[in-house]
Design a protein around this ligand. Structure first.
Ligand code: OOG
Ligand code: MG
Length: 262
């Protein structure tokens, strides 16, 4: 930790205000090039505290930058995590007011819900599968608060890994009935298939993303509680969306879910 706690609070307030007001900003590392990864997570945790203090409920966590295409798209080499609160949840088939976001993009993801806590260190795919209640399709709407959606790892972690909205739906399935690596997905924008992939794009196996989160949380004295929703990370590049767009995700054997942007 290189930044003091007053500065951490100030940066958290600034980034959260940008989120609430749908206003972009420059990267926080432009002003604080010396900050380290622990500072970045401290800012993210301060944003989490601000939201919980206002009555938001922690729903779970999200893996970020877990696929090679996402890392390449964003120019970042290491996976990270953020938090999910109930305020970001959208109903299946729901509408998003594009004007409440800066420059939204949609990611196709697989979500898991836990039935027992997952506590690192030492978690692996097996730990995660044994702790998984069920799996379901998800879409994350990300919206970096940074100008032109450009950032470095520390800046994006501080910005809660661009978290904005998410939707889960389609069919739920038990992990023993699925091979999460070979599940195919198609993302459609206004009826055109625009992105395709399979679960293995996420760290070789989506459960590895959950293990990564549990192991990183453990370094901060936290665990993934039972009943948590975990978004395991975008399988393909994120697709930019604007008012008027309709997005549908089809997941092999698990149905589909959709969103409309108004
Ligand atoms: C960072 C968030 C990436 C994912 O699923 O990889 C993410 C970004 O690209 O803005 O949520
Ligand atoms: Mg994501």
């Amino acid at each position: 930790m290189l930044l003091d706690s007053a500065l951490i609070s100030k940066l958290a307030a600034h980034l959260e205000r940008c989120e609430i007001e749908a206003r972009e900003t420059h990267k926080i590392t432009d002003d604080h090039p010396e900050m380290d990864l622990e500072d970045a997570y401290a800012v993210q945790y301060a944003i989490r505290s601000r939201k919980l203090a206002r009555g938001a409920k922690l729903v779970g966590f999200k893996a970020a930058l877990t696929s090679r295409v996402k890392m390449t798209q964003m120019g970042v080499e290491t996976a990270a995590y953020g938090f999910l609160v109930d305020h970001g949840a959208l109903p299946e088939g729901g509408e998003v007011q594009a004007g409440t976001l800066i420059h939204p993009k949609v990611e196709p993801e697989l979500a898991i819900v836990t039935k027992v806590p997952i506590r690192g260190p030492g978690c692996h795919i097996g730990t995660v599968l044994a702790a998984t209640d069920f799996v379901m399709p998800a879409m994350e709407v990300i919206d970096s608060r940074y100008k032109d959606f450009k950032f470095d790892l520390r800046s994006v972690i501080a910005d809660n890994t661009s978290a904005a909205r998410y939707v889960v739906g389609g069919r739920i399935a038990a992990v023993e009935d699925l091979d999460l690596r070979t599940i195919g997905i198609v993302l459609e924008k206004n009826g055109d298939a625009v992105a395709f992939g399979a679960g293995a794009a996420v760290l070789g196996h989506p459960a590895a993303a959950v293990a990564m989160i549990a192991n990183q949380l453990a370094t901060r004295g936290e665990e993934i509680p039972a009943g948590s929703l975990i978004l395991t990370g975008g399988i393909t590049e994120a697709v930019p969306v604007s008012a008027g767009d309709s997005i549908t995700l089809r997941v092999q054997g698990l149905g589909s879910l959709s969103l409309r942007f108004r």
